[in-house]
Design a protein around this ligand. Structure first.
Ligand code: NAD
Length: 556
């Protein structure tokens, strides 16, 4: 083999390894024990592998047996990351075949624990770190990535990792995990995905004192200094990877809203914590309407938490209310927020801009219980990152006003949920329509089994990404996220609804992602944001682009 040969690997091209041993040490090309006899001869692998040639199915069985024998989820996480670093195709085959079992490991809740321990469990670097040391040179640093054929970047500055706060550069587990889901759920080619952490310091005191912390041991920069660093990063991304889809992830909310507003009309970008969450929660709300009956305008929604997630969800609900014929003011009037200082009402001192839209004329209420009693919500949505804040009294009070109270406890990870699935069902005698951010097991109450919904953003962003990439969209719009939510809700079957589900089973994620991609693509064409021509058969065209975790044959 020569160094200059390239392979079209599932739609992306990469230089083939030079020598036998390089094939084994390159996770994109490595097949481990599954290299065939002919490949072992052709690629110089004789003697470098045990003699028995295995099928991919046998390799999957071995991985799963090891996975299930582990005694903790963090060990399972480490095992999977190791596999991803050795043999990417096998990693995706395992994850795609066992998505329900894998999702809580490669994503929330285990990924949160992995980020908290990142420096201590660190094995091998994945993705890119762009730090303050790179100021003035960011484009040069990005050019070090081995390919410029990148379609999706997920970037974090680690300031608000899940509901766990500032984890600095250790937040890298999140972009890595999210991009794995782009591939596993929607077949975005893993070789066209790039996780990036911008290290702008951390205010996590424990990390700053920890010699094993992987990031810069300095406090976060802020204000104009932060903005100019991000500006250089954005310009560099556009220069090195023109047309790429850039997803902002787990930035603190003091920056997230501003960055989204600043960049959404300059490049193809979105913020998953705001828009992705808004979309997946809207899908849950639309499904819940099938159980409660009535229209969205018959409902009053009360949020606990007025940050990125809450605002994203509220704005999407407003979009649906506008379609029902309400004015913006009438729509917003149906949505209320409680934050750490109580009910958000007009005239409250120091309200930041994103909260002002939902500050209504009302007497102040100091806490959630008094707000519940005053507003009498039909839907209670928790996005506060504050565990156990939906107390028995609060849930029972919401239950007393509604035949089917909608209770979403969306804070992640599981330890931060506002209440558990069991509590929500128990305190409402099984009447609650419940969803959480991290998964809860089904609950059996008085002989009836309720399947809690998981408002997992992974239902939405991979499909949106696929729709954007396959059309070469120039921008990502709110309308695309509303279209995605409607597509997701429309896929929920009657038999799933009867079990209390408000999201389709994760087993259907490929079908779901494809339908969402098609709905998003239709929106891209309708708004003339595409750079690629519309194909004759859109679903077939998009489906054909989806990555499959299959080994490529390399023998001549
Ligand atoms: P954020 O930091 O932007 O907002 C948190 C909000 O909670 C702020 O408005 C803050 O004032 C409020 N808050 C803090 N303490 C409070 C208290 N004691 N009482 C009332 N309000 C309080 O964070 P975010 O991005 O909006 O995320 C919030 C939570 O939602 C996180 O736990 C996150 O994991 C979760 N989330 C879930 C999903 C999902 O389920 N799909 C998606 C995104 C975020």
């Amino acid at each position: 083999m020569t160094t200059t040969k390239t392979s079209h690997h599932n739609g992306s091209s990469r230089t083939l390894p030079a020598k036998g041993v390089d094939w084994l040490h390159n996770p994109i090309f490595n097949k481990g024990t599954a290299f065939t006899e002919a490949e072992r001869d052709a690629l110089g692998l004789r003697g470098l592998l045990p003699p028995h040639v295995q099928t991919m199915d046998e390799q999957v069985d071995r991985v799963m047996a090891n996975f299930r024998a582990k005694t903790s989820d963090i060990e399972r996480y480490i095992q999977l990351v190791g596999l991803q670093d050795r043999n990417e195709t096998l990693f995706y085959r395992v994850v795609m075949d066992h998505l329900e079992e894998m999702m809580p490991i490669i994503y929330t809740p285990t990924v949160g624990k992995a980020c908290q321990e990142f420096g201590h469990i660190f094995r091998r670097s994945r993705g890119m770190y762009v730090s303050l040391k790179d100021r003035g040179n960011i484009a040069k640093v990005l050019a070090n990535w081995p390919t410029h054929d990148v379609k999706v970047i997920v970037v974090t500055d680690g300031e608000r990792i899940l509901g766990l706060g500032d984890l600095g550069a250790s937040g890298m587990g999140i972009p890595v995990g999210k991009l794995s889901l782009y591939t596993a759920c929607a077949g975005i080619n893993p070789n066209q995905c790039l996780p990036i952490t911008v290290d702008v310091g951390t205010n996590n005191e424990a990390f700053l004192k920890d010699p094993l912390y992987i990031g810069l041991h300095q406090k976060r920069i802020a204000g104009a200094e932060f903005d100019s660093f991000i500006e250089e990063f954005i310009v560099a991304v556009q220069q090195v990877f023109p047309g790429v889809l850039l997803q902002f992830e787990d930035f603190g909310n003091s920056n997230a809203f501003r960055l989204l507003e600043k960049y959404r009309d300059r490049l193809c970008t979105f913020n998953d914590d705001i828009q992705g969450t808004g979309s997946v929660a809207l899908a849950g709300v639309l499904s819940a309407l099938r159980l409660t009956g009535g229209k969205m305008s018959d409902h009053r929604v009360l949020f606990l938490g007025a940050g990125e997630a809450g605002m994203g969800i509220a704005d999407n609900i407003v979009a649906v209310l506008l379609e029902e014929g309400l004015t913006k003011a009438e729509a917003r009037q149906r949505i209320w927020f409680v934050d750490s200082k109580g009910l958000i009402v007009k005239g409250r001192e120091g309200l930041v801009e994103h909260k002002l839209n939902y500050a209504h004329d009302h007497a102040p209420c100091a806490d959630l219980l008094s707000a519940v009693k005053a507003i009498k919500p039909t839907m209670l949505i928790g996005v506060s990152g504050q565990p156990r804040t939906f107390t028995e009294e609060i849930v029972k009070t919401v239950g007393s006003y509604n035949k089917r109270p909608v209770i979403f406890a969306l804070s992640n990870p599981t330890s931060k949920a506002e209440c558990t699935a069991e509590e929500a069902y128990k305190w409402t005698d099984g009447r609650a329509i419940f969803a959480s951010g991290s998964p809860f097991a089904p609950v059996t109450l008085n002989g009836q089994t309720h399947v809690p919904g998981q408002g997992n953003n992974a239902y939405i962003f991979p499909g949106v990404g696929l729709g954007v990439v396959s059309t070469g969209a120039r921008r990502v719009t709110d309308a695309m996220f509303v279209a995605a939510a409607k597509a997701l809700a429309s896929l929920l079957r009657e038999d799933e609804l009867a079990e209390g589900r408000i999201y389709p089973s994760l087993k259907r994620i490929h079908e779901v992602s494809l339908k969402i991609a098609v709905a998003v693509a239709e929106e891209v064409y309708a708004s003339k944001l595409n750079t690629l021509p519309r194909p004759a058969d859109l679903p077939a065209h998009i489906q054909a682009q989806m990555y499959k975790p299959e080994y490529t044959a390399y023998a001549p």
